[in-house]
Design a protein around this ligand. Sequence first.
Ligand SMILES: *[C@@H]1O[C@H](CO)[C@@H](O)[C@H](O)[C@H]1NC(C)=O
Ligand SMILES: *[C@@H]1O[C@H](CO)[C@@H](O)[C@H](O)[C@H]1NC(C)=O
Ligand SMILES: *[C@@H]1O[C@H](CO)[C@@H](O)[C@H](O)[C@H]1NC(C)=O
Length: 423
Amino acid sequence: MSPRGRLPVLCALLVLAVTHVSSDCPPDREEQTHNEAKLHKDLLCAYNYDFRPVKDHKEAVTVKIRFAIKYISFDSLEETFTLHSWVAMTWKDQLLSWTPSDYGDIKETQMESHEIWTPRMALFNADATMYQSDQIYTTCLLESDGTVKCVPHVAHSGICRTSLRSWPYDIQNCTLYFGSWMTTGEQVNFTFYNKQPVVQDDYQDGPGWKLLHVVNERLPGKYSCCPNSTYPMLKYTFVLKRIAAGPAAIVVVPSVVIVLLTVVSLAMDAKDNTRLMLICFSLYGHFMFLTEIGYEIPKHSSDTPIILLFLRDSMVVTLVGIIETLFLMYLRRRVTPAPDFIVAVNRLVAKVPGKYVIFTEFDPNDSMDTKDLTGHSSDITSDSPPATVDWPRFALILNRLNLIVVLFIYLILIGTYIPRDDY
Ligand SMILES: *[C@@H]1O[C@H](CO)[C@@H](O)[C@H](O)[C@H]1NC(C)=O
Ligand SMILES: *[C@@H]1O[C@H](CO)[C@@H](O)[C@H](O)[C@H]1NC(C)=O
Ligand SMILES: *[C@@H]1O[C@H](CO)[C@@H](O)[C@H](O)[C@H]1NC(C)=O
């Protein structure tokens, strides 16, 4: 064995020797006999922490619970919810009472939780991938009437189903169920503190979520199978709201902008290629945008975020807008005489008061239009001016009609699909 390898062995031997010496007291060391040491010795001398601290086994131990919540972290994609809190537990231990006058007026003392009986409060919807013990490890406060108070600092991780429909303005309810795994309510009865069962004084919000409120409820746990036993549960519902400014800036506002681009391009004339270019760019923007925010938006939840459906439908509207633009451009270039009904429609529309909104370019009574148009389109024969006026006019009417329909569709889409901030 090398000297290096021998060193740990020597150390271990030394430690053994030291502990041996300390357990075997030298004769000049006296046992501590002050009142507190005597009290502990007397309380624990016949104590068995495996059994409930009642004198009659039919009695229930009532355990009062108060959560002082410190911090919450919530992963809506993994659907895990973690609560960090101080859990104040208090109950009466019938075997740990004493008369203060016998022990120099000591009214309370501390004891380690592993020395005495403690309730085992389990989280029923626990996240099984995290090891979570239902045993507590802390120092507890004992009062002379047998009241025990323990305040362990614990983290509970539970499963929380999320609903992302109105992402990023979603509000999630996460519920944690606590109770005893092995004992009935007739053995260990979990209840709330009478005052303030949940304290939020030192609470800090975790990343991305704001705690709106906590609702606590005690489920009596009566089941038809077992009329003589109850299985009470403490139910805590945490209502959380996503902090949405970031996702809104990345997703919601750009969606509105891209929709405006489509609407503006549809409001333009189909006269030249500007409109076609704009609306094609808008369609490209929809594609780009859907791809980009695919990383931002949780897609695999039980319900699709409605903003995704909005973008999908808006993309279809934009595609239809492109087809319509091409069709209108084709109509404007037609040189054959227009059928009578088109001429009649044009005349009818020319009589309505708001005709300048529709005929942005043409005054039906102005013969200048014809020249203007023939100047633009060299392929139009100059011997058929009525036909060249009728088709573009009709195209303008169709364009306005289409704009109204698209605006209407978008109103419906925005009404149903754009998530809103309710709080
Ligand atoms: C969430 O909890 C609140 C308060 O208890 C309740 O009003 C609301 O309906 C719950 N929402 C869902 C989706 O369960
Ligand atoms: C448990 O406590 C509740 C009230 O906190 C009470 O209604 C119930 O009767 C108790 N159960 C037992 C078995 O003592
Ligand atoms: C419940 O208690 C009653 C009376 O104490 C007894 O007659 C009955 O058998 C018990 N029921 C069960 C399911 O243990």
